[in-house]
Design a protein around this ligand. Structure first.
Ligand SMILES: N[C@@H](CCC(=O)N[C@@H](CS)C(=O)NCC(=O)O)C(=O)O
Length: 221
């Protein structure tokens, strides 16, 4: 099985963590989906990573949540979605929040690549990032997100928080600080999320998938 991934991508990291948790072997190929020579459009008409290419003749899979659903069906153990339907909905609620923040983060990152970023657009995405992280902060207890079981909720939030580290190291520092000087360090602004990340940091699937920025050499915006 081949996973086409991008090294900083929180969407791809979710899939990597899920495959590792289930002990599924896969080959990892990192790509930069914005470069002209990327193979991304060969497998995904939406031109986005991650893409999972199963070993059999099945079609390539894209859309990280759909890939996670597929993995849960094909490799049910250990479960990353609780059997209890209410707990399952609780997991999905956290996934929606974490992934909404990831989307706003990516939009914000690319707006910063423009010669003249739109202040209104930046402020709008930033509000979503603060709002989403604030909502997750309120829901982060002192254990895992839902019940006592490591689930796709934890996978989504820990992947998002890795992206916050990248944002803190990149030019988002400047752009976001102008909007709210208290955003960084994010661990001080969102202490419950910081403690959550600390509890999971040494888990093998989390430790092995730490994100790092790629070298974006071609102009995107
Ligand atoms: N909803 C998609 C989002 C994936 C996504 O935004 N991937 C980024 C990399 S982090 C990408 O490939 N972007 C290229 C593009 O949108 O053109 C998913 O969950 O897989």
């Amino acid at each position: 099985m081949l996973l086409i991934s991008a090294s900083p991508s929180p969407f791809a990291r979710k899939v990597r963590i899920a495959l590792m948790e289930k002990g599924v072997e896969f080959e990892l190929r990192n790509e930069i989906p914005w470069h002209a020579d990327t193979e991304t459009p060969l497998y995904n008409p939406l031109e986005q990573l991650p893409i999972l290419i199963p070993d059999n003749d099945e079609e390539p899979l894209y859309g990280s949540d759909f890939i996670l659903d597929w993995i849960e069906v094909e490799y049910p153990e250990p479960r990353l979605l609780p059997a209890d339907k209410r707990e399952r909905l609780a997991v999905q609620r956290i996934q929606v929040l974490a992934e909404g923040v990831m989307d706003a983060l990516v939009l914000s990152f690319f707006e910063c690549q423009r010669d003249h970023p739109s202040p209104d657009w930046m402020a709008r995405q930033f509000r979503k990032i603060l709002g989403g992280l604030g909502a997750l902060e309120l829901r982060a207890g002192e254990g895992l997100f839902v019940a006592d079981q490591f689930t796709l909720a934890d996978v989504a939030v820990v992947s998002l928080l890795g992206m916050m580290d990248i944002a803190e190291q990149q030019e988002m520092q400047v752009a976001w600080r102008d909007l709210d000087p208290t955003i960084f360090p994010w661990r001080a602004r969102f202490p419950a999320l910081a403690r959550f990340e600390g509890r999971l940091r040494d888990r093998p699937s989390v430790a092995a998938t730490g994100p790092f920025m790629f070298d974006l050499r071609q102009k995107v915006m």
